[in-house]
Design a protein around this ligand. Structure first.
Ligand SMILES: NC(=O)c1ccc[n+]([C@@H]2O[C@H](COP(=O)([O-])OP(=O)(O)OC[C@H]3O[C@@H](n4cnc5c(N)ncnc54)[C@H](OP(=O)(O)O)[C@@H]3O)[C@@H](O)[C@H]2O)c1
Length: 489
């Protein structure tokens, strides 16, 4: 019997299943055995389509996932409604010219064998490198040309998603980790979604399968052979460890028992019940195991206040995973695993390069390419011994463009990335910052600027001054300068 699952509409005329079939596991299956037989693997996807799960999530680096999905799409080419293929592009940080972006998208089109990518999700390794904004603007051009249905991002925190929106990018979705164990997405990101209409695509909802009866009451496992569980065991450790996890699992099992469903159903339903969440992506080891019948039951489950209270009580035993969504890819502790995005780059290329100052031993400087640096005679940042001074920095993108016009919070986010890149080029980090000054054109915008500063320096706590000035040159709302003292322990 063909059953229709719950659906949700997304921009780009996309009609997707609220339970999306995730194909990261293909890369794991293929890592020892080599590429799957694409036709046989497409047969396996067909079974998902027949069960109502006709939306698939993949990426450029998920082994042959795009090729397998391409076979499936070809089989459905003549039908009125074909399956939906969401993919990701994860370029190495570097200049994102229109050409580079077009080639990235064309490769997706070629591998999928389609004329339009339904949803193209951008992952970016390090926000210190601002070319992600160029990539998104170029994707928007390609969307206007009809090569992309809608633009998504993945692993973006609330601040950078807000910056993208303030810079005029029509982001439809943000794909992030969201589960009973990793509840970061329920915070600022969900608030931004409510304000902006961006929807979340949640992954890791089952913690790689840990959120199931199989692990209830079990002793803590050692090293996990599969990438997925190796990754989510790190999340469990970061959320308070195996004991705290077992308390959440026991609460989910009690809720499941009340409703006659599985622990996985409860975990998925809890995520889907957040207004910000459009859909949950559940990974599938196609050709090896399948949980379709069980996962379908999520659509007949409604959690009530008693269920939610029971889960909330169990959350109290855990500690919130630190930071915001996507931090696990960008800063320690890296909660990723070989085989997902993290093993792609041995080192993330820096934005700036330090140069020695001629005739001044122990002094080095960084130029950020502003036309005014040579004309007015200044550096983005200068290091003397262990001390770094960063010039008053504005949200100038490339040679001249002002990012996120009129939005002090978004501009402050952009500026702080630029400051971080300058300090990193000179051998320091934002942890070394001891002094900041924030200059505002309009003091009524103090709060978003202060919040952006707090997001970066909440644990560093440099001495800070915030001032309204009579005017800033150009269309800028805010300018920030910083000083860092490199630690010598
Ligand atoms: N954007 C990103 O950075 C990112 C990162 C990670 C994942 N993703 C996407 O999200 C998808 C899902 O995330 P994930 O695979 O990491 O984690 P997940 O969905 O939490 O875990 C998937 C695993 O859970 C088990 N499972 C599924 N349904 C079950 C059920 N009803 N009962 C018991 N176990 C069940 C399966 O394991 P067994 O088959 O071993 O039983 C499956 O491989 C990925 O495939 C990928 O498409 C994106």
């Amino acid at each position: 019997m063909i059953v229709t699952s719950d659906r949700v509409h997304l921009p780009g005329d996309l009609n997707v299943s609220r339970l999306i079939c995730g194909l990261w596991q293909i890369a794991d299956i293929e890592k020892g055995a080599g590429p799957l037989d694409a036709e046989r693997a497409a047969d396996a996807l067909e079974a998902y389509v027949e069960a109502g799960f006709d939306t698939f999530d993949m990426a450029d680096h998920y082994g042959s996932a795009e090729l397998v999905a391409g076979r499936l799409l070809a089989r459905h080419a003549d039908r009125e409604r074909r399956p939906v293929a969401l993919t990701k592009w994860c370029p190495e940080p570097g200049p994102m010219t229109e050409d580079v972006v077009r080639r990235g998208v064309q490769e997706r089109l070629h591998r999928l064998g389609v004329g339009r990518v339904d949803l193209l999700q951008l992952h970016w390794w390090s926000f210190d490198h601002p070319a992600w904004l160029d990539a998104l603007h170029a994707l928007q051009t390609l969307r206007d040309e009809g090569l992309i249905g809608a633009i998504g991002v993945t692993n973006f925190d609330a601040a950078h998603l807000a910056l993208a929106l303030a810079d005029g990018i029509a982001v439809a979705t943000n794909q992030v980790s969201f589960s009973l164990i990793d509840r970061r997405a329920a915070g600022g990101l969900s608030e931004l979604c409510a304000r902006s209409g961006v929807r979340l695509l949640a992954y890791g909802t089952l913690c790689g399968g840990f959120l199931s009866e199989t692990w209830l009451g079990r002793l803590e496992p050692g090293a996990m052979p599969d990438w997925s569980r190796a990754k989510y065991k790190r999340f469990i450790d970061a959320a308070g460890g195996w004991g705290a996890f077992q308390q959440v699992l026991a609460a989910a099992a009690a809720v499941a028992g009340r409703h006659g469903v599985s622990v996985s159903n409860v975990a998925t339903r809890w995520v889907l019940d957040h207004a910000s969440v459009a859909a949950a992506i559940v990974g599938a080891r196609i050709t090896e195991s399948e949980h379709r019948a069980d996962n379908r039951r999520v659509f007949s489950l409604a959690l009530d206040a008693e269920d939610r209270a029971r889960l909330d009580a169990a959350f109290a035993a855990t500690c919130p995973i630190a930071g915001d969504c996507g931090d696990e890819y960008r800063r320690p502790p890296y909660l990723t695993a070989s085989g997902d995005l993290s093993h792609h780059l041995a080192a993330i290329p820096g934005l700036y390069r330090a140069e020695p100052v001629p005739g001044r031993p122990g002094r080095s400087r960084v130029a950020s390419g502003s036309v005014w640096e040579p004309l007015a005679g200044y550096s983005r940042a200068v290091r003397v011994g262990d001390h770094i001074c960063v010039s008053g920095t504005t949200a100038t993108h490339g040679a001249q463009r002002c990012v996120a016009p009129g939005d002090a919070g978004a501009q402050a986010t952009y500026i702080l990335d630029k400051i971080a890149a300058a300090i990193a080029a000179l051998g320091g980090s934002m942890e070394d910052v001891i002094r900041t000054r924030i200059y505002l054109r309009d003091i009524s915008a103090w709060e978003p600027a202060a919040r952006a500063h707090g997001r970066v320096f909440g644990s560093v706590m440099p001495a800070n001054t915030m001032l309204q000035v009579a005017g800033l040159i150009g269309d800028y709302e805010v300018e920030i300068e910083a000083e860092a003292q490199l630690g010598r322990s």
